[in-house]
Design a protein around this ligand. Structure first.
Ligand code: MIC
Ligand code: SF4
Length: 638
């Protein structure tokens, strides 16, 4: 039976379960990555598992999100992560090296491997033909300890690419086109596998940028074949030895199919405040922009920076426009400098920032009130930029460059001839710290910002609780657990960060939840889309949230809820969502037994009226829920 590439990589790593769509499988994980904002908890969780050393082929701890050093908190966390990596056999990437996904692709990724990362854009690695998935920190800590990663066997959505880009059209336009067609929940439960003659016309960086934003479709992963371009990329990185050719078998089948002729794509833009509100740039010329940012894991590579540099060469920024350059990696910055692009960017009037996430997660670079910001970033969820009522538009480097010159969203095809991109110069300036052969005597350095990990109790026999908040469809983890320069430094202190849960939707949420605990939260479709941050599950649980009711859940958030003992229940009849109001009392007698019995139907009542809920969970998930979370479960097993 011919296999697609997703099936092949899964088959080569399958340690538990059957290869049937929707069934839980356990996969051996070859590589892991963590970043500082999720990595401090992951490191504490790894410690709690009691192992001396990681049991993966390679595990890397990156510092890229919390770069601001307003006070001791972030530098404390960096120091903790550096010493924890040395103690436990991880590579360490200090601040300034760049963003985890870009660095991992350049320095560690290999075709055919599995990668699990505590960041939702980990699928970036799919550009190299690796099955790369985002997960909560606890799942990554377990993978570092050699445990398989458990998830639903995905459906495979084949994306057949033909043709080649017209001038001024690029990788971002491919993924924006898919977001336009499929929406932010269109990839739920799927791996997006790209194939077809158009693949050979894409560089590895372009492939990775496409895979990166597959996260915005809710996809489990995105994957490209490994071919001659992959080989050339790895050789240029001095890593030709890890190359192996990989592709789907001829006549392999897909569960769903999309076709994209690269030659018919036009420059696209995602409008505020969701990555799927996509429109052609040519229709948005009435949108004035005052800020343009080129950067992020999916838009700050050498090709992105250089595309902007060449387009802007000899030009000036439009009056009143700020252009910020956030290199995705130190290497991209060095390559752009070597290729002469840095001078172009500076002479135009652009401002250079250090390599890292920066404004993408609201770590500075907030736009002014009532102004539009145009960014080559993956996400534009409301308020994520740090400015209330923000208007963030997403685009590729071509649209960014054209708009920076005019001061309004501009179709770059109006610029005429597109300059040819020179190949990336062979410079490798990273400062990556390799693991120690024996780290057993290294002291792990904890500053006052590192709070002990909270203890969570097991699931109660019966539940009677208050519905403390009701929210709508497509609620993101940025709504649940906001980020930004004020809150991100609290990532290693759960009691402190929990005070900000749902802050933008209900400023009083944390007090109300803690006073009334246990409590429930109700939501609509695709609840918890976006990031992998497990704080969006752990902090609510710390406040007393015991169940969440929704029409459907996003994959990573649902797994995080289970990992921290919050029961993710769906409405049996989605219309029942309309009956739920904040302030009602929810009763689920015999909840614990129903979870343990494997019951899918959960009988509940809402202010005394019957309510039918559903729990679709594997036997393993049910054990974890009953134990009060994955850490309790693993400790119980040990
Ligand atoms: C994001 O882009 O939302 C983040 C910030 O990188 C998150 C991780 C986090 O919240 O720390 C993600 O993508 O998972
Ligand atoms: Fe960093 Fe933004 Fe990428 Fe998240 S999406 S890893 S915040 S650059």
């Amino acid at each position: 039976m011919p296999q697609n590439l997703t099936q092949k990589i899964i088959a080569a790593h399958l340690v538990e379960g059957q290869a049937h769509a929707g069934q839980e499988i356990g996969l051996r994980i070859d590589q892991t990555l963590t970043q500082d904002a999720t990595g401090t908890l992951a490191a504490l969780e790894f410690e709690a598992l009691g192992l001396d050393k990681v049991r993966t082929e390679v595990s890397v701890s990156y510092v890229d999100h919390n770069l601001l050093q307003d006070d001791f908190k972030n530098p404390d966390d960096h120091r903790f992560l550096r010493s924890s990596a040395a103690r436990h056999g991880l590579w360490f990437s200090p601040p300034g090296n760049g963003i985890c996904h870009q660095l991992h692709l350049l320095n560690f990724g290999r075709p055919g491997a599995t990668l699990l990362g505590s960041d939702s854009h980990t699928p970036h690695g799919g550009g190299l033909g690796m099955l790369a998935m985002g997960a909560g920190g606890l799942d990554v800590a377990a993978a570092m300890a050699g445990y398989p990663f458990f998830f639903s066997y995905p459906a495979v959505l084949g994306v057949r690419l033909t043709g080649q880009f017209s001038p001024w059209v690029g990788a971002k336009d491919v993924i924006l086109e898919l977001l336009r067609r499929l929406t932010v929940k269109g990839g739920l439960g799927c791996v997006l596998e790209y194939f077809g003659p158009g693949v050979a016309n894409l560089t590895v960086s372009q492939r990775a940028a496409i895979c990166n934003m597959g996260a915005e479709l809710g996809a489990t992963a995105s994957l490209f074949p490994s071919d001659q371009r992959t080989k050339a990329f790895l050789e240029a990185q001095g890593r030709g030895d890890v190359f192996r050719p990989l592709a789907a078998d001829e006549h392999a089948g897909y569960d769903r199919l999309e076709e994209i002729d690269l030659g018919t794509l036009v420059p696209l833009v995602a409008c505020p405040s969701s990555p799927d509100k996509v429109r052609p740039a040519s229709e948005l010329s009435d949108v004035a922009v005052e800020q343009v940012i080129v950067g992020s894991c999916g838009g700050g590579g050498y090709e992105d920076l250089m595309t902007v540099a060449l387009a802007l060469s000899g030009q000036k920024l439009a009056n009143g426009v700020s252009l910020y350059i956030n290199p995705g990696s130190r290497q991209a910055l060095a390559q752009t400098a070597q290729a002469g692009g840095l001078m172009d960017l500076l002479e135009t009037g652009g401002s250079l920032f250090q390599a890292g996430c920066l404004g993408c997660i609201g770590m500075s670079q907030a736009p002014a009130t009532g102004t539009a910001s145009l960014r080559t970033f993956p996400r534009n969820f409301p308020g994520r930029s740090g400015t209330k009522g923000d208007a963030v538009y997403l685009c590729g480097p071509e649209v960014a460059a054209a708009s920076a010159m005019t001061g309004h969203i501009t179709d770059p095809r109006t610029l005429g001839h597109q300059p040819h991109l020179p190949p990336a110069p062979p410079v490798h300036p990273e400062a990556l710290v390799p693991p120690l052969a024996d780290g057993s005597t290294v002291e792990v350095l904890r500053g006052p910002n590192i709070a002990p990990f909270p203890q969570l109790g097991p699931l109660p026999s019966d539940l009677e609780c208050l519905v403390v908040l009701k929210v709508g469809d497509n609620i993101t983890t940025d709504h649940i657990m906001p980020a930004g320069s004020r809150i991100l430094p609290l990532r290693s202190n759960v009691p402190a960060i929990s005070r900000h849960v749902f802050e933008a939707l209900d400023p009083d949420f944390s007090r109300k939840a803690q006073e009334a605990a246990p409590v429930a939260v109700a939501g609509g479709e695709n609840y918890g889309q976006g990031s992998s941050r497990e704080h969006a599950a752990l902090a609510p649980r710390y406040l007393g949230v015991q169940v969440k009711l929704a029409k459907s859940f996003a994959r990573i958030h649902r797994a995080n809820l289970i990992n921290f003992g919050i029961v993710p229940l769906v409405f049996d009849d989605p219309a029942d969502y309309d009956r739920v109001q904040a302030g009602q009392r929810l009763r689920i007698p015999g909840l614990r037994q129903a979870v343990l019995n494997g019951d899918e139907d959960i009988q509940a009542s809402l202010d005394g009226q019957p309510l039918k809920l559903r729990l679709t969970a594997s036997p393993r998930d049910r054990q974890i829920l009953a134990a009060g979370g994955l850490l309790n479960h693993i400790k119980g097993e040990l």
